[in-house]
Ligand binder design. Structure first.
Ligand SMILES: [Zn+2]
Length: 499
């Protein structure tokens, strides 16, 4: 009997082992088949030769544009100086781009500019091309770290140097040069093209594109698509990927700032109660930070990985083409890097805290400010509800700063007619490079047009290496002269190919 039980045990162990081995073999087979299905990267399409553009002429325009100190400090600081610079910049544009100014109608809205270039077919929805004219300040004390003065507009070593060289005068000038060349040739677009150049993107854009969007909405203008800054052509988009890839942003995160105001019993610090505003506030902030929002690989990232996978070495390809199995590992890796983590969920950033006026007085209130960047999964209302729920204290008020809040944007389609059109212009211009979608973690002025556009895309048509991102809003911002001609060609193609 004892031997029987031993046999049966031995048999069932054997069966379990065979079962496990079979599962492992099946899993390995699926992983390998899925990896193999990714296949080799598609050949780069032979595209027509790029439109020849004398990059140096455009580089000189960009250098001149950088010399206008159109700096946004925010809160009205130095706005008089900035407005005078914007006026001078506008006059310079008139003189530099006469054919475009003749072909298109200009409206001055605040200090921002709206151009309308009437198309042949008034029944087709217009499109909107965007760039902003303002720049961020140079951080005090860092001007000496620049290889070239940030507002001198130097052209040296193959680059145009200065604040705004990329963000966003690079886009603005290449776009204007593209339009000027077409206007000079007597070109009329098939459908109406509008151009919106904002004055205050770096401080929220409410005076510039916020107003333009309202005016256009009142006129019942509705765009097929909008193209603004955001995204870029990354030379090394992923460890192990040697192919440059255009990352076009199809969405941007939302923005919400909440103030937590904790109440307690004020009084003399020699006789404290247990009802302490600062302790209550600290507790509330920790509760919020320790209850993160839902996170994970979303549809945009899945599509991004599927575009990148063919260019990856075998191991990475295997990991990314088997997210059904490796998803949690990949998500974990992305979570460890703040930059990639920010793409996966609504972020929580306590940025300011205040309370009390004297070392021996208990304050009756204390306030903390927390900034949230909303993932598409969450809404302003759901974030506020989450924060209230985790704090769960009636003596902590939660107040939203409504003047700066924005919901996470809708996700635009890369595969509808609009998306295909823009992607084709990118591929035709940049030797057939792959185009992957992206959600930008920063905000752009294009969000003002979300209610009056079918699709909103965001791309800086320039190549960027891993170290170039820190130059934007940082030190030694510069644009390669080699990037200028293709960018002009890209914008020309967009306008010429419109149907
Ligand atoms: Zn910008």
């Amino acid at each position: 009997m004892g031997g029987d039980i031993g046999d049966r045990k031995g048999n069932s162990v054997k069966r379990i082992l065979i079962g496990v081995a079979a599962v492992v073999v099946i899993v390995v087979a699926i992983v390998l088949v899925r990896t193999a299905l990714v296949g080799a990267p598609p050949p780069l399409e032979a595209s027509p030769p790029p439109i020849s553009v004398n990059s140096m002429d455009v580089a000189k325009h960009l250098a001149a544009a950088i010399r206008f100190k159109t700096i946004s400090y925010g809160n009205g600081v130095h706005d008089d100086q900035k407005n005078a610079q914007l006026d001078a910049f506008r006059t310079w544009m008139e003189q530099t781009y006469p054919a475009f100014h003749h072909a298109a109608t200009r409206e001055i809205i605040g200090k921002s500019l709206l151009f309308t270039w009437k198309g042949k077919n008034p029944n087709e929805k217009p499109i909107l091309l965007m760039a902003h004219m303002d720049v961020v300040p140079v951080v005090p004390g860092t001007a000496k770290d620049w290889a070239h003065d940030p507002f001198r507009g130097d052209i040296a070593d193959g680059f145009v140097w200065g604040r705004g060289a990329i963000d966003d005068k690079g886009c603005l000038i290449t776009l204007l040069d593209a339009a000027e060349r077409l206007a000079q040739s007597g070109f009329t677009p098939e459908r109406t093209i509008m151009f919106a150049f904002g004055q205050d993107e770096e401080v929220g854009g409410r005076q510039g594109n916020g107003q333009i969007a309202k005016i256009l909405a009142a006129r019942h203008v509705h765009f097929a698509w909008v193209l603004d800054e955001g995204g870029a052509i990354f030379n090394e988009p992923f460890p192990g990927v040697q192919q440059s890839v255009a990352f076009m942003a199809v969405a941007e995160k939302g923005y919400l700032t909440l103030q937590l105001i904790a109440h307690g019993t004020g009084g003399h610090s020699s006789r404290p109660t247990h009802d302490l505003a600062i302790a209550r506030l600290s507790d509330a902030v920790l509760k919020v930070v320790n209850h993160p929002f839902a996170s994970g690989i979303d549809d945009v990232q899945r599509e991004q990985f599927s575009v990148l996978a063919p260019y990856m070495p075998f191991f990475q390809k295997m990991i990314l083409s088997n997210l059904w199995l490796t998803g949690p590992i990949v998500a974990g890796m992305l979570e460890r890097n703040p930059e990639t983590a920010a793409m996966m969920h609504t972020t929580i950033a306590p940025t300011m805290i205040s309370g009390g006026v004297k070392d021996n007085v208990l304050p009756p209130d204390a306030t903390a400010t927390i900034n949230f960047r909303l993932h598409q999964r969450d809404t302003i209302q759901s974030v506020i509800a989450h924060v209230r729920k985790v704090i769960d204290d009636p003596r902590v008020d939660v107040r939203a700063l409504t003047e700066t809040q924005d919901e996470a944007s809708k996700v635009s389609d890369l595969h509808d007619a609009n998306g295909k059109f823009v992607v084709a212009a990118i591929r035709d211009t940049f030797n057939g490079i792959p185009v992957a979608p992206l959600v930008t973690t920063g905000a752009t002025d294009s969000r003002h047009y979300l209610p009056i556009a079918d699709d909103v895309y965001r791309l800086d048509p320039f190549h960027m290496g891993p170290e170039d991102m820190s130059r934007i809003h940082g030190t030694n911002e510069r644009l390669a002269i080699g990037d200028i001609g293709p960018a002009v060609a890209f914008y020309m193609r967009l306008m010429q190919n419109l149907k």
